[in-house]
Design a binder for this molecule. Structure first.
Ligand code: GLU
Length: 429
């Protein structure tokens, strides 16, 4: 989008989907604005002694289904509209997969690559000092998002505990394991997307070995999904990061590419055995070329709005599985449907992260630490049952998967709204 108003885009999509069903009028009105957004101007001491100021947001979009939940991102382009759109999507995401949370999101407008590790720690702590009254284990529970990670969550939890003079691991999820983080949280977003692709493959009778995948974005979600897909026999032919991508017709060895990227911070098409790596035949491509590849499954796993009016006609993939939040702008939903491109939408495909966050919160509140296998099994149960609900409805209606999944979320939220009492209930006649 040229003018960045991502919340407006998200709300337009939501009302386009819901407006034909009168039963969604009440929930549409409830979701037409966030419940509350706390914006702050936070300061940190830089290593050179100067003071730097940053805009920091936390939006609690809607808490009908429980305490609000959602990540905090550190990104130079983050703004209030984006945070609020992301918080709306968290509301729908939690509803559709059946975790008892409302939706929230937070952000600091900062390029974290320009901060030293100690400046990053000060920023994480300053964020919590500004938001401590707005969050809490039974109120609003942050987690990692773009360019934040377990270590940052650990600093944030520690700051919250200092302010409240309590031990309170359940205030934040995605923490280091040593602070009460859950096994399996790190890979959860990628695993959730992989489980959706596996479910799709079962429904369509696919043979994994015949299916090619391109993944835009090789961060946490993209990497874990790519790895699980390769292990299951899919051919991951292309991956990219913010600097560009690599394409190899015979498929990439994801673990080799990942360890090379960790080592040199560069995406290289390599195959490694132990510590010896050799180059494999490949072509260097840019992100636009990756999105336009003729593959069976395209997985946008980076930022919002990458598939839009400018490039939608170039999309050749038959299936798009959204690991990123909002990678497709609402204005092209219709055209993708006409082109015959099926989309597994973000609020289902990337819900693995918040599902395991919910498990982490449960473990913290119960004083438990679950084995990895239990986390994986329970995650699969949540994703598979949400996928199955969506698939049943998808088979019965002429709606896209996105429309189906949105309607399931709205239905869930409507039930909660109605439990407070409806006009019929309160009418005196
Ligand atoms: N940031 C992730 C998301 O967008 C995870 C949120 C969470 O675990 O609360 O879904």
């Amino acid at each position: 989008m040229s003018e960045k108003n991502i919340l407006q885009d998200a709300l337009t999509r939501l009302s386009n989907i819901a407006k034909t069903n009168k039963e969604y009028n009440a929930i549409l009105e409830a979701l037409s604005q966030p419940q509350s957004t706390l914006t702050s101007h936070i300061a940190i001491r830089k290593d050179n002694g100067s003071t730097a100021y940053f805009k920091a947001y936390r939006c609690r979009y809607n808490d009908l289904l429980g305490p609000t939940k959602g990540g905090i991102r550190f990104h130079q382009d983050a703004d209030q509209s984006e945070v609020e759109a992301l918080a709306l999507w968290m509301t729908l995401k939690c509803a559709v997969v059946g975790v008892p949370f409302g939706g929230a999101k937070g952000a600091v407008t900062v390029d974290p690559k320009k901060l030293s590790p100690m400046e990053l720690e000060r920023l994480a702590r300053a964020y919590i000092r500004a938001k401590a009254d707005f969050i809490g284990p039974q109120l609003d529970i942050p987690a990692p998002d773009v360019y934040t990670n377990a270590r940052i969550m650990g600093w944030m939890m520690d700051e919250y505990e200092k302010i409240t003079r309590t031990k309170c691991p359940a205030v934040i999820t995605g923490k280091p394991i040593a602070f009460g983080g859950s096994l399996g949280r790190d890979s959860a977003t990628g695993r959730g997307a992989f489980l959706c692709i596996e479910a799709l493959a079962r429904k369509l009778g696919w043979d994994a070995k015949e299916k090619t995948v391109a993944i835009q974005g090789f961060g946490n979600g993209g990497y874990h999904c790519a790895k699980l897909l390769q292990d299951a026999g899919f051919k991951v032919v292309a991956v990219s990061d913010s600097k560009g991508g690599i394409y190899s017709k015979q498929g990439l060895d994801i673990e080799s590419v990942y360890s090379e990227k960790q080592r040199s911070n560069t995406l290289k098409a390599v195959y490694c055995q132990h510590s010896v790596c050799e180059d494999v035949e490949h072509t260097r491509i840019n992100n636009e070329e990756l999105l336009a590849l003729q593959v069976d499954i395209l997985v946008p796993a980076a930022l919002a709005g990458v598939i839009n009016a400018k490039n939608v006609s170039q999309i050749q993939a038959q299936y798009i599985v959204e690991i990123a939040n909002g990678p497709i702008t609402a204005e092209v939903d219709g055209q993708l449907k006409e082109q015959g491109t099926h989309v597994i939408p973000d609020i289902l495909a990337n819900a693995g992260g918040v599902i395991v966050s919910y498990f982490e919160w449960c473990q913290n509140r119960q004083g438990e630490a679950w084995p990895e296998e239990k986390v994986y099994d329970k995650l699969a149960a949540y994703i598979n049952s949400a996928f199955e609900r969506a698939w049943q409805r998808y088979q019965q209606h002429d709606d896209s998967m996105r429309v189906v999944v949105y309607k399931l979320a709205l239905q869930q939220l409507t039930e909660a709204l109605e439990a407070h009492g409806t006009a019929d209930y309160f009418s005196v006649n």
